[in-house]
Design a binder for this molecule. Structure first.
Ligand SMILES: [Zn+2]
Length: 195
């Protein structure tokens, strides 16, 4: 899983794939994002990649398969992940603006403490995803199978969960403003303790 080498600056983080340094210590963060963004676009299956902390803008990653990859703290603007398959990918603390995860099949992903704005997951299967403490605003979860996903302590704003499968989905201690659940099985979701 991921490169196991630690950053040469001694910070304890793991190195970016193909580098001796982490995103925090490289002096070429933009060049590293360019290099790894191109690397991803040239592959169909991406495994064990560490791109934590990099900023990707306008990238088309649609249709790719990602396994055991680390994008912790990364930033994505206008990137497409449409039609992707992902298992065990870390987007912990990452931010997304105007991104597209529609028609994807994602399982065991961490979006804990992530920030997602104007991002769509429409028509996707999101199994056992973790949105713990995530900030999600103006996002679209229409026609999504969210089975066993967790939005515990998440802050949800102007976001649609229409025609979703919410079985075993946990919204405990989440804040929800302008959130719609039309045609979704909210009775199978968990909103309060002891339910
Ligand atoms: Zn470092």
């Amino acid at each position: 899983m991921f490169p196991s080498t630690h950053c040469a600056a001694g910070c304890g983080r793991l190195v970016l794939s193909g580098s001796k340094l982490c995103a925090f210590h490289t002096v070429e963060a933009n060049a590293e994002a360019e290099r790894l963004g191109g690397f991803i676009q040239n592959l169909r299956i991406i495994r064990d990649l560490n791109a934590a902390g990099l900023h990707f803008e306008g990238r088309d990653f649609s249709g790719k398969e990602f396994y055991e990859c680390d994008f912790t703290g990364a930033r994505f603007s206008a990137c497409s992940f449409a039609g992707t398959t992902m298992t065990t990918v870390f987007f912990t603390g990452a931010s997304f603006f105007d991104c597209d995860f529609s028609q994807s099949n994602l399982q065991f992903l961490s979006f804990a403490a992530a920030n997602a704005q104007q991002t769509t997951f429409e028509g996707s299967t999101l199994t056992s995803l973790n949105f713990l403490g995530a900030h999600i605003s103006n996002c679209n979860f229409t026609n999504v199978d969210l089975y066993n996903s967790r939005f515990i302590n998440a802050i949800l704003f102007n976001t649609r969960f229409e025609d979703c499968n919410l079985k075993r989905v946990n919204f405990l201690k989440s804040a929800r403003t302008g959130v719609t659940f039309k045609l979704s099985n909210t009775w199978e979701a968990i909103f309060e303790a002891n339910e």
